[in-house]
Design a protein. Structure first.
Length: 98
């Protein structure tokens, strides 16, 4: 569980990132979750955009992405989700102490 200070730190890091995945009409799938896990292992912090044609609630989509990948939901702003998961082999981001 991330503290407020750690979430603020991660939000500032994610500000300049571009979304690298999109959740469309098909919603969240197992294949997408597997790909997200692989990318999170390499990058640790990513943005995912939810397209306008997605019929699910954006909060449900964000929760499904976080739970499915085992990542922390850092932020949901508009239709953009920010996820963080510390890498096992390639640790790059040092979180501030609580």
């Amino acid at each position: 569980m991330l503290t407020g200070k750690q979430k603020r730190f991660l939000r500032s890091k994610a500000h300049h990132l571009d979304p690298i995945f999109q959740v469309g009409k098909g919603g969240v799938s197992e294949t997408m979750l597997k790909q997200l896990e692989d990318v999170l292992e390499k990058r640790e912090l990513i943005k995912v955009s939810i397209l306008q044609n997605n019929e699910d609630d954006k909060h449900e989509v964000a929760e499904a992405l976080a739970e499915g990948t085992g990542a922390e939901l850092v932020q949901l702003i508009g239709l953009t989700v920010v996820l963080y998961k510390p890498s096992v082999n390639n640790r790059q981001i040092q979180l501030p102490k609580s």
